[in-house]
Ligand binder design. Structure first.
Ligand SMILES: Cc1cc2nc3c(=O)[nH]c(=O)nc-3n(C[C@H](O)[C@H](O)[C@H](O)COP(=O)(O)OP(=O)(O)OC[C@H]3O[C@@H](n4cnc5c(N)ncnc54)[C@H](O)[C@@H]3O)c2cc1C
Ligand SMILES: NC(=O)c1ccc[n+]([C@@H]2O[C@H](COP(=O)([O-])OP(=O)(O)OC[C@H]3O[C@@H](n4cnc5c(N)ncnc54)[C@H](O)[C@@H]3O)[C@@H](O)[C@H]2O)c1
Length: 464
């Protein structure tokens, strides 16, 4: 048994906590997978590198509207894949190397294995690829073990084989036909990536629209556009999967009967579940929500004093910028136990890097109605701003909700080119308490740039 001042489980955002400020403490970091966690290795970063590549590949499909006749003569999948992972894999390896061998980490021990609580403040680590175990005790723990893809029970699925977001990006070759079960972030981004690269994509959704957690106008618009880009099957419940001589067969039930589809590869994208079970957190007294998330307070501390948690393991958001924010809060609270700070989850934005992009912050119109919040809506279409004319955009728009009396911005939803970037001034305004009118008229908006979309949506608000 080895005692530490601090044990961190998980090297995603958890790894960022251990800086030189911890040089006087004896620290262990435990990682069972690839160093660097989900975002770096199988999440945000590679997917967005693929999205950018897919955006390029999609240009010829719409450039002729502008009088530029381009032809996509081919995509070199091995080159695309290897460029992306050729950048990422060394970063991951370098991170592990730094922890293991750099003099800055003389006080840090990196364990490659799976941590599992076996008693109060006692974590047993089983080394990867062997049965060797090490028992670690500590004064403080940071639980940053993240989440993993949910694999739903569908008869035949396990035997047939399938991909999740953890494997789909490393395919040996592009499939001719890709089936995607799911309708959220991963499904939308993957459908965009693979369809733009020339794969025949069929998205099988249980719900009546894609991105159903978005404001319903946005989800509706996204679904309509997706239906023009690839095959979208709504209200289809997958009931059976099996392998046949010509591919993977997926059988679905829908309101009008049953249907069968044949694919070369199948991607399951139906959400992620926290790794609290793997970590067996209850053995140390940490409490769980009914969905498996670790319960934390405003300081990111669990039910057990000195055991903190962050990121996908405890957060309802499952977003990297949230995990990073929570890691900064945990780091501060470990360093300054007498002057702790709280996490700020007031205005958590998100973006879906699909085709087109979607970005949102704050209340949807449905949430405003449900919560009885008074609001007015200001809208602006990309088609009505000068840069939208330049792009010939006909489908994108921004929608802002504000308090009719005070002008306080309650929510913003954007669908269209660079939505994830265009929305940022609204996130800033909400975070710093800047209301709609002063935001619209108290600053210059560069003309004719895309943020004029936001300026005009703000001006369209009918405030009292
Ligand atoms: C395909 C995809 C795309 C995404 N794109 C975006 C995006 O564009 N923007 C965004 O904000 N978010 C995105 N996300 C979400 C984002 O990746 C996560 O919210 C974030 O990485 C969570 O960070 P974390 O530190 O909580 O967990 P992780 O980064 O998952 O780190 C947890 C680590 O703990 C390890 N671990 C787990 N259990 C144990 C154990 N018992 N013992 C030892 N080690 C353990 C795991 O191996 C893992 O390395 C995406 C996710 C996916 C899947
Ligand atoms: N751009 C980003 O920030 C980004 C990108 C990818 C992933 N992520 C994060 O990763 C998380 C996981 O992504 P995801 O797309 O897997 O989950 P998700 O929660 O976004 O979407 C899952 C969808 O699958 C549906 N579903 C659930 N069970 C199903 C079943 N048995 N059959 C068919 N459909 C079913 C759900 O109704 C839901 O719409 C996201 O919640 C997000 O936080 C973020």
């Amino acid at each position: 048994m080895t005692h530490y001042d601090l044990v961190v489980v998980g090297t995603g955002s958890g790894n960022t906590i251990v800086t030189k400020q911890f040089a006087d403490r004896k620290v262990a970091i435990v990682e069972r997978g690839v160093f660097g966690g989900t975002c770096l290795n199988v999440g945000c970063i590679p997917t967005k590198m693929f999205v950018h590549t897919a955006d390029l590949a999609a240009v010829p499909s719409h450039s002729s509207r502008l009088g530029v006749d381009e032809t996509l003569t081919g995509v070199r999948w091995p080159d695309i894949r290897d460029r992306i992972f050729g950048r990422i894999d060394p970063i991951s390896a370098g991170g592990a190397e730094y922890r293991e061998h750099h003099p800055n980490n003389a006080n840090v021990t990196l364990y490659h294995g799976t941590g599992r609580f076996t008693a109060k403040r006692e974590l047993t680590v089983t080394a990867n690829g062997s049965r060797d175990t090490a028992v670690l005790t500590a004064d403080r723990f940071v639980l940053a073990a993240g989440s993993r893809p949910i694999v739903p029970f569908i008869p035949g699925l396990e035997e047939t084989g399938f991909h999740t977001s953890e494997t789909i990006m490393r395919l040996d070759e592009l499939p001719r036909r890709l089936g995607i079960i799911g309708s959220g972030f991963v499904a939308a981004e993957s459908a965009h990536i693979f369809s733009s690269l020339g794969v025949d994509v069929t998205l099988i959704a249980r719900s009546d629209r894609l991105l159903r957690h978005e404001d319903s106008e946005i989800a509706q618009r996204y679904t309509e556009i997706a239906q023009e880009l690839y095959t979208v099957k709504l209200l289809h419940e997958t009931v059976h999967v099996w392998r046949r001589h010509d591919g993977i067969v997926v059988k679905t039930l829908h309101p009008d009967g049953a249907e069968e589809f044949v694919f070369d590869e199948l991607l399951i994208a139906v959400g992620r579940t926290p790794n609290s079970d793997v970590l067996n957190v209850e053995a140390t007294g940490v409490k769980l929500e009914s969905d498996g998330r670790v319960v934390v307070d405003e300081f990111q501390e669990t039910a057990v004093e000195g055991i903190y948690a962050l990121g996908d393991l405890c957060s309802p958001y499952q977003l990297k910028h949230v995990a990073n924010h929570e890691a900064r809060v945990v780091q501060h609270n470990l360093l300054h136990p007498d002057d702790r700070i709280e996490s700020d989850h007031r205005f958590v934005p998100h973006a879906v890097f699909g085709s087109p992009q979607v970005a949102a912050v704050g209340l949807t119109e449905e949430q405003a109605i449900e919560q009885g919040v008074r609001y007015v809506v200001g809208r602006e279409a990309y088609a009505d701003i000068a840069y939208g004319w330049a792009m010939e955009d006909t489908t994108g728009f921004a929608k802002i909700l504000a308090d009719p009396d005070t002008g306080q911005i309650l929510g913003c939803h954007v669908i269209g080119p660079q939505a994830a970037t265009v929305i940022q001034p609204v996130i800033q305004a909400m975070s710093f308490g800047l209301d709609a009118h002063p935001m619209a008229r108290g600053q210059y908006w560069i003309h004719p740039a895309m943020p004029e979309l936001i300026e005009n949506a703000l001006l369209a608000l009918k405030l009292n």
